[in-house]
Design a protein around this ligand. Structure first.
Ligand code: HEM
Length: 241
């Protein structure tokens, strides 16, 4: 029994740590790279190309992204299936947040599966989407994403994906801080929640603006803040690939 408990304990802690350290850091870096789309196709393509030239890229991807993501997602679904949902019994704000943490995890599983299969491996060319992977095509990275984001449904799906990831990470950091005894007491926990919500909002704002930058110069920001001004993002059609 004690052995079983400690295995569960370790798996749980590993689930928290994989969510924050490799995946949280990756998400922040990824939104920062995407934000470069504000400054136009050349700047974004150069940023993607720089990533493609990182030394040990395949090892970084496998051990820093794919394995932690697979573990975090699969064990997360297992925890969700086991968790008893208190929302209908006690409708306290925290119970709703706890419930949303699980629902957002399930949505993210679907979103990330689609996102990776499509942009990383060039699959899912239905609904007029491109069938070209961004990996290995850095010179066309902006054009590939912009072509897909002409479809309003896909753009909205991505903005929702960014929102859900940002909230899932922000609230995950809060839960981690409480669970590890880093914030004790009602007042400290309320302050920690506010900080985590602000972090989530910042990541969401950067990511959502990046998404809109593929359909409008500078995204949702005023154009004087960006290098690429006045001319609109060129319309990209699939025949151009
Ligand atoms: C504005 C929204 C987003 C855009 C435009 C976007 C764009 C891209 C592109 C173009 C790639 C392929 C990169 C390459 O192969 O060189 C990629 C990969 C990836 N994206 Fe996103 N993404 C967005 C949101 C997200 C979100 C919310 C997550 C959640 C964590 C995410 C996770 C990933 C992962 C895990 C990879 C694979 C990284 C790799 O293989 O190195 N993306 N994304």
């Amino acid at each position: 029994m004690a052995g079983k408990l400690s295995t569960t304990f370790i798996l749980r802690k590993l689930h928290q740590i994989t969510g924050i350290v490799p995946l949280g850091i990756f998400f922040g870096v990824h939104m920062f790279t995407n934000a470069k789309a504000m400054n136009g196709p050349d700047v974004f393509n150069k940023a993607v190309e720089d990533i493609h030239h990182l030394p040990f890229l395949l090892l970084i991807e496998i051990f820093g992204i794919f394995l932690p993501l697979a573990y975090h997602s699969i064990y997360g679904i297992f925890i969700t299936a086991e968790a008893r949902n208190n929302v209908s019994k006690y409708s306290y704000g925290r119970n709703w947040l706890y419930f949303f943490q699980r629902v957002s995890g399930i949505f993210l599983f679907v979103f990330l599966l689609f996102h990776l299969l499509h942009f990383r491996w060039g699959l899912f060319s239905a609904f007029g989407l491109t069938d070209i992977a961004v990996a290995g095509n850095a010179d066309r990275a902006f054009a590939i994403v912009a072509s897909d984001f002409q479809n309003a449904g896909i753009l909205i799906f991505y903005v929702l994906g960014v929102f859900t990831t940002a909230w899932h990470l922000g609230y995950g950091i809060y839960l981690f801080a409480v669970d590890w005894g880093l914030v004790i007491g009602e007042k400290a926990q309320r302050a920690a929640l506010a900080v985590c919500a602000a972090l989530a909002f910042g990541l969401f704002a950067a990511g959502a603006n990046a998404a809109f930058s593929f359909v409008r110069p500078c995204g949702l920001m005023p154009e004087f803040l960006c290098e690429q001004q006045s001319e609109s993002v060129p319309a990209i059609r699939s025949e151009e690939f």
